[in-house]
Design a protein around this ligand. Structure first.
Ligand code: PLP
Length: 457
């Protein structure tokens, strides 16, 4: 790297410290934080400010599905900006958003046939929640407003979407619409009592759900919102049959079943949507973001069932307004990029993801031979390595050991970016990852975890 380039990155780092407020800062470092700078990316790799090449283990934040520096997407951004860079969705429509809505509807399960576009995942979930409230109001069910969510879930950073979040750490110092939420247990099989079967664990969760509906009254509950796999909660795959059972309870009680596929949609599990393909449920609303543009443009949205829209159109309140929209809803550049991204997925990347998935899990599962590793779990190209103090009892490791951060630091030295989550590490590489790159990833993780174990001795 030239001296000039090195000086540019140094200057940018100082500018960030002096002027940038980074996401999720702590009070002690807010507005004064130097985070590692990435300079460029290509395929599954990113390059840091020193020109070092690293495998992008988390694909940014579960999003760069087609990989970095995809020329087709880059060209599309430019072409659409030269054609129509923006139009107000209040008064007009653009061609890419209409075509994208049609193509998303073709992939969506059941009668989920209309799409509302947003700027990302939080705004997608926020839109779904506001829609659920509107749907109750227009039907004259003004009391039907509570939302069922779960410990361990993550749904965003706007007020309502964040109110669903289930991580205690993120809840300590912020305000939330807690009065609206009914919070249930995390469906984490690894943390079930050691002597309980998976079937009993699942039955217990379903009973808890049914009891909560009875206790609060279906007339007071608008919706359930959940991720098919809790991504940021640690890639938690619920027990088999769980979703189908709670879907049935929702259907029987006129409770909207909203599935947050911000992470799982657009390829991560080898399908455009995972709800039906992987979990055998047809939701009332699906939210999506991230992989829809592979992170090349901020875009998200919700796909809504025609049954709900038909119900609204036939209601006694045709004058009722869904007073909700964003300046950047249906952004033409984002939608044009998403169309090309979907072409790439449909052409062969979905097939490839399903094909490479078993190898990815085989290689990562082998890390369970390391004493620190309690479990490696996942589905599709999503995996989590959970560290424990004791493998027999699954006793959690002390949080102040900062085991995730340590593993990430060691892995970065060895050429791999990891997403640390306290005592866990999450891997969700770009879907274009090859077998050889999976081998490197697994080797680096093995060494990074081994070095961490030596640190902790
Ligand atoms: N929903 C899920 C399942 C997520 O994982 C995230 C972000 O990680 C969000 C919603 C929020 O998306 P965004 O950060 O694009 O607002």
């Amino acid at each position: 790297m030239s001296d000039k380039q090195a000086n540019l990155y140094k200057k940018a780092t100082q500018e960030a410290v002096d002027h940038l407020v980074q996401p999720w800062p702590s009070a002690g470092s807010i507005g004064a934080e130097a985070r590692g700078m990435l300079a460029s990316g290509e395929g599954v790799y990113v390059h840091d400010e020193n020109g070092r090449r690293l495998i992008d283990g988390p694909a940014g934040m579960w999003c760069t599905n087609v990989g970095h520096r995809n020329e087709v997407l880059a060209e599309t951004l430019k072409e659409q900006a030269m054609e129509l860079s923006y139009n107000s969705p209040w008064y007009t429509t653009n061609e890419p958003s209409a075509e994208l809505a049609r193509r998303i509807a073709e992939h969506a399960p059941g009668d989920l046939n209309h799409v509302f576009f947003t700027t990302g995942g939080s705004t997608a979930v926020e839109s779904a929640l506001r829609f659920a409230q509107f749907y109750s109001n227009v039907r004259g069910l003004e009391g039907k407003k509570k939302i069922i969510c779960r410990d361990g879930g993550y749904h965003g950073s706007t007020y309502l979407s964040a109110s669903l979040n289930g991580s205690q750490r993120s809840r300590n110092w912020m305000d939330f619409a807690d009065e609206m939420m009914i919070r249930l247990s995390c469906p984490d099989p690894f943390r079930r009592p050691r002597d309980m079967s998976l079937e009993d664990f699942c039955a217990g969760l379903v009973t808890e759900f049914a009891d909560a509906v009875r206790e609060h009254g279906p007339e007071n509950i608008a919706a359930f919102v959940g991720e098919p796999i809790m991504a940021s909660g640690g890639v938690i795959v619920p027990p088999e049959g769980y979703f189908k059972a709670i879907r049935d309870i929702c259907s029987a009680n006129d409770i909207l079943f909203i599935v947050d596929e911000v992470v799982t949609a657009f390829g991560r599990l080898g399908h455009v949507f995972a709800s039906e393909s992987c979990f055998d449920v047809v939701p009332d609303i699906i939210t999506f973001a991230k992989g829809v543009t592979s992170g090349y443009f901020p875009l998200g949205g919700m796909v809504v069932s025609d049954r709900l829209l038909d119900g609204l159109r036939a209601s006694n309140h045709p004058e009722a307004m869904f007073a909700h929209g964003l300046t950047y809803s249906s952004h033409p550049i984002g939608c044009a990029v998403a169309l090309k991204n979907l072409d790439i997925l449909e052409d062969d990347l979905l097939d490839y993801t399903r094909e490479i998935t078993p190898y990815f899990h085989e290689k990562l599962k082998a890390l369970e031979e390391l004493e620190l590793v309690g479990e490696v779990r996942g589905m599709g190209l999503m995996a989590c390595i959970e560290c424990v103090a004791d493998r027999k009892s699954h006793n959690p490791i002390r949080l102040d050991t900062e085991v995730g951060v340590r593993i990430d630091r060691h892995c970065q030295e060895l050429g791999l970016l990891v997403r640390p989550l306290v005592h866990m590490c999450v891997m969700s590489p770009p879907l274009v990852i090859t077998r050889a790159q999976i081998d490197s990833m697994a080797d680096i993780l093995h060494e990074g975890i081994s070095r961490t174990m030596r640190d902790l001795r």
